[in-house]
Design a protein around this ligand. Sequence first.
Ligand SMILES: C[S@@+](CC[C@H](N)C(=O)[O-])C[C@H]1O[C@@H](n2cnc3c(N)ncnc32)[C@H](O)[C@@H]1O
Length: 357
Amino acid sequence: MSFYRSPLSISAFDAKFEAQKIAFAPISFQVARCLLKFNLLQIISDHGENGCQLPTLAQHSELSEYAVGVLIDMGLSMGLLYLKDEAYVLDKIGHFLLHDDMAKTNLNFTHDVCYQGLFELEASLLEGKPKGLKSLGDWPTIYPGLSQLPEEIKKSWFEFDHYYSDHAFESLLPLIFQEKPKHIVDVGGNTGKWALACTGFDNQVQVTIMDLPGQLNVAMENAANAGVAERVHAFVTDLLDEQKPFCEQGDLYWMSQFLDCFSESEILSILKRAAAVMKPDSELCILETFWDRQPFEAGAFCVNATSLYFTAIANGNSRMYHSKTLLKLISQAGLFVDEDIDNIGLGHTLLRCKRKP
Ligand SMILES: C[S@@+](CC[C@H](N)C(=O)[O-])C[C@H]1O[C@@H](n2cnc3c(N)ncnc32)[C@H](O)[C@@H]1O
């Protein structure tokens, strides 16, 4: 990691400006969202290098000239737009806000899932509980509620979750099937996307998904729709309950974007239970986004920001970890890392683990 290791090279004057950007950050965020929502960035983009004047923009939009005016003037201040005489022209940051699917996915997730709940960050930090979760529903953590979230919010949550794992899955399949596993146990298998990717890649493999009941219903429906119901099996569980059995007989245990949903002590307990059912030659493959393993500072920013979603909304006690934290827990659970591969998909790391002899 080449960043975060020295003071920023920035003048006091510019640093003071950066501090003001933070002070007004929620306002900038909502302005960006509304510029997108009301199509204003798109209309300005359509007008190319000559740009578009306020009255024309208002004519093309459902908003009043006043409403468009406050948005686009703040758009100038945020560096999304610039002025050419009286016309507003799309600048580079505006271009990426409009066209970059990662920015869109992160923005929708932040708005729909996190925005209201983050008001409770302070209380969440003090109590170690996701005090903002009540903005979405009445559950102890977000996970039992995933399948019951209102449609728009559910869409943003799943698009966010899938965006990152989908980018990793394609390059992972050949790696995961290197040792030709016959039975894969997908721990926290969610909607069954990985299970379906595996059954599509290998026409013999059997996949068991361990998850909470709400998610498993969705996953099994997806498996049936894909015509692989006889090769995808449901293992209903709550991994926070140490008394519940762990699926045995897996050649390969798969935990993708899963351990970050738990605190360090919960991770240790889950890993110990996995190690206890693993055969001497079983593998445990962990796919995570560690903030210290990001090739670019932008990645570390997104990963560290996501931690606060866990704090205020998801469960109050988990985060996107530093790789050293997970490596320590893996060893404490009686496992060792056989292979450690960075830069998979969008900043994922694959840890291939085995039981210590
Ligand atoms: C962030 S999603 C990861 C989904 C998927 N593995 C991927 O890579 O996109 C976490 C998954 O863990 C499941 N999960 C969370 N808490 C759980 C628990 N206590 N017991 C079982 N599954 C749980 C959730 O239902 C969800 O499907």
